[in-house]
Design a protein around this ligand. Structure first.
Ligand code: SAM
Length: 687
């Protein structure tokens, strides 16, 4: 029963809650008087409060100084990383068709670059659209984490220099534990990425972060800050190896963690995962007619266990098929009415033990009345998939385990995705420390498995976004010798190979299941030529729907020349028509990509490239039509103005041209007038 408060609401706390929705990381706690516990000891009370310095930092474009004590995890560089998280980057993505697979049709993305920049670049297009993020960042073990040198370094510290530069010529360093900022650098690196990544999550989105004991305590604290303590779901303990560790001095660590947070716990539904195949085989051995559907079922004793409290109303007799009245030894689990209903629906199994006594069991069906398979709750311990599985799998794909150290097993990711997606078949999964792209592999496998279990051949349509630094492989490494100059090269090749393998397996399974007409009277799904010729996999109807492609994009400087970021200069130079504001090496596809990102359109949208000609014999213009009429863009310098009418006929929501395509203001007004007349809803933008 709710108690009347008899006072007006506490507006301050309400306002704090509102601010917490926007900036969970600025919430701290302060003392709020004291109470006495049951033994009369004084106990301090705490309440939520705003960390105004952090809030000021959230709202400021410069570094805010402060030195107050409060409850929070602090480290040198924390506010600077928040400032960085809120500052725009003038980078963009450039498509790379040559390295992509099925560029025109795929909805998956592989993005090469520093993940902080990529997360910033994706802010508009993927704001609140990602259902699941999985990351497996460097665990900060002493040599697994590299970072840019943003600080002045002493001579000794330069020894940590890798001799590697990023794409801007900035030096990259390895974070060794001789570095005085060992934990701080790692925390700043994680903090700024998590702050930006949170914005990409859907309200019911979930983030899974792999980590081990080196930083789990610190990671938990910064995640509590970034996502809000109340949005923490649980840690998953992953038992990653069976034993060994004879060389360990004290304890043999067999496990690591996956921290699970959501964006907004009140938007997240209960989590369920499908039953595992071996559990189905083991328990659902019997089959019968259930609401007209033949259904596998498992049984549970109807006799109550000893631990149940004695209840007289559960001691009634039940009539067996031969008319015997069966009494419980102690009592039944169900009441009379429930048993009666179950009997009518044939949901109680009667069998006899060796002495000929009746044994009654309730039936639990695998599928519900609509054919949907029963689900189960995921456990917080994963102990049936090991690191070794990931290594073996990698050998299977590359014939060489030494190309990438300790890839996660794709089955592990498969399981996490099942938990995170809650049977959604059409969601975006982002991994921004993608390494060998295990996550992409698991997404494709899950999509393929949906098809084999369904008689209609329906495939899952979960989409992945992989982000990976083009971190150079060591010239003396096996990977380098095998031709993989960067980890991104390994990741892309992994997806190509894994995709092909999944298609092949699917084709084999499909023929086994449907290929032989005479076996089960089923219609042959594939023609003989198709089943014969599995080399041409794309011709098979189910497989065609399975997306094993990916569009490759690479981070680069903005397409526009720096000078054009100053509006005064933009006007003078552009109006004079002296030079183009676009860098000379940029292609129309580059420009289109930046336009998609600036306008907040997803990079996976279908793009049609067309040459439009106003009449025969006239020069045409290349136009890009994005998702029917979401956007039409033309980046040619000489646009034939008759083409404007054709573009307007498409009734696009947005059109984009280059500023340099217009000779003068008269041209611009002309175009605006035409669109006002022919397609008044269209928003016109120039680059
Ligand atoms: C532990 S591995 C991930 C392994 C992956 N889960 C797998 O199964 O293969 C971490 C990866 O993050 C990459 N990485 C580190 N810093 C990065 C950054 N700033 N941006 C993008 N990738 C980064 C590293 O190159 C490395 O491949």
């Amino acid at each position: 029963m709710e108690k009347l408060k008899m006072q007006t609401p506490d507006r301050t706390q309400e306002n704090i809650e509102r601010i917490a929705q926007l900036f969970p990381n600025v919430i701290t706690e302060i003392e709020d008087g004291a109470t006495k516990d049951t033994k009369g000891h004084e106990k301090k009370r705490y309440k939520k409060a705003i960390d105004f310095d952090l809030l000021r930092q959230q709202l400021s474009g410069v570094l805010v100084e402060d030195d107050n004590e409060r409850y929070r995890l602090d480290w040198p560089g924390k506010k600077a990383s928040l400032l960085k998280a809120n500052t725009p980057v003038d980078k963009t993505l450039r498509p790379c068709r040559e390295e992509s697979v099925n560029f025109d049709t795929t909805e998956n993305l592989y993005i090469e670059g520093d993940n902080f920049e990529v997360l910033k670049i994706l802010q508009e297009s993927y704001l609140g659209k990602i259902k699941m993020i999985y990351i497996d960042p460097p665990y900060n073990t002493g040599n697994d984490f590299i970072y840019k040198d943003d600080f002045k370094k002493s001579k000794e510290e330069y020894e940590e220099e890798l001799g590697v530069e990023d794409e801007d010529g900035g030096k990259l360093f390895r974070n060794t534990d001789s570095n005085g900022r060992f934990h701080s650098d790692w925390l700043s690196m994680m903090y700024e990425r998590l702050v930006v990544a949170r914005d990409l999550l859907r309200d019911d989105g979930v983030i899974f972060i792999s980590i081990d004991d080196n930083e789990v305590h610190n990671l938990r604290k910064i995640c509590d800050e970034v996502f809000g303590e109340e949005n923490f779901i649980d840690p998953i303990i992953w038992k990653k190896r069976y034993g060994g560790g004879a060389k360990e001095k004290y304890l043999v660590a067999l496990h690591e963690y996956v921290l699970v947070y959501t964006k907004n716990i009140s938007s997240l539904n209960e989590l369920f995962i499908p039953l595992k195949d071996d559990a189905i085989d083991r328990y659902y051995k019997n089959k019968d007619e259930h609401f007209g559907v033949k259904g596998p079922y498992r049984t549970h004793p109807l006799e109550a266990m000893k631990s149940f409290d004695v209840r007289e109303n559960l001691k009634f007799p039940i009539k067996a098929p031969n008319g015997d009245l069966v009494y419980p030894k102690r009592q039944w689990r169900w009441g009379e009415e429930r048993v009666e209903n179950a009997l009518q629906r044939n949901e109680i199994e009667f069998s006899k033990d060796n002495q000929g006594n009746w044994i009654l069991s309730s039936k639990q069906y695998l599928n519900d009345e609509s054919g949907e398979m029963r689900k189960t709750k995921p456990f917080s311990i994963i102990d049936d998939i090991y690191t070794q599985h990931g290594t073996n799998e990698f050998v299977g794909i590359f014939n060489d385990a030494k190309i990438f150290d300790f890839p996660k097993p794709s089955k592990f990711l498969y399981k996490l995705i099942q938990i995170g997606l809650n049977s959604e078949k059409d969601a975006i999964i982002l991994d921004f420390f993608s390494g060998s792209a295990t996550t992409a592999h698991a997404v494709m496998q899950l999509n393929a498995d949906a098809s084999t279990s369904s008689a209609t051949g329906e495939v899952g349509n979960r989409k992945f976004i992989m982000v990976q630094l083009p971190e150079q492989t060591d010239p003396s490494s096996e990977a380098y010798k095998a031709g993989y100059k960067t980890i991104a090269d390994i990741g892309k090749e992994r997806i190509r190979r894994a995709g092909k393998k999944i298609l092949e397996e699917l084709a084999t399974k499909s023929t086994k299941k449907h290929g032989k007409k005479e076996d089960d009277n089923q219609e042959n799904l594939f023609s003989e030529a198709e089943t014969e010729n599995f080399r041409d996999l794309s011709c098979l109807s189910w497989q065609k729907n399975l997306d094993i492609g990916f569009r490759v994009y690479k981070v680069d400087s903005s397409n526009t020349k720096d000078i054009f970021y100053h509006p005064t200069e933009l006007q003078q130079t552009a109006l004079a028509g002296l030079i183009s504001n676009i860098k000379e090496d940029r292609t129309p596809e580059d420009l289109l990509t930046q336009v998609l990102l600036d306008l907040g359109l997803e990079l996976s949208l279908p793009i049609e490239k067309k040459i439009l000609r106003p009449g025969s014999g006239t020069n045409g213009n290349t136009v890009f039509i994005v998702q029917t009429n979401a956007l039409v863009a033309c980046f040619d310098n000489d646009i034939n103005f008759k083409i404007m009418d054709e573009i307007a006929d498409l009734q696009p929501l947005k059109v984009v041209f280059k500023d340099a395509s217009f000779k003068d203001d008269k041209d611009r007004i002309n175009v605006e007038e035409r669109f006002k007349r022919l397609s008044p809803e269209t928003r016109i933008t120039v680059l």
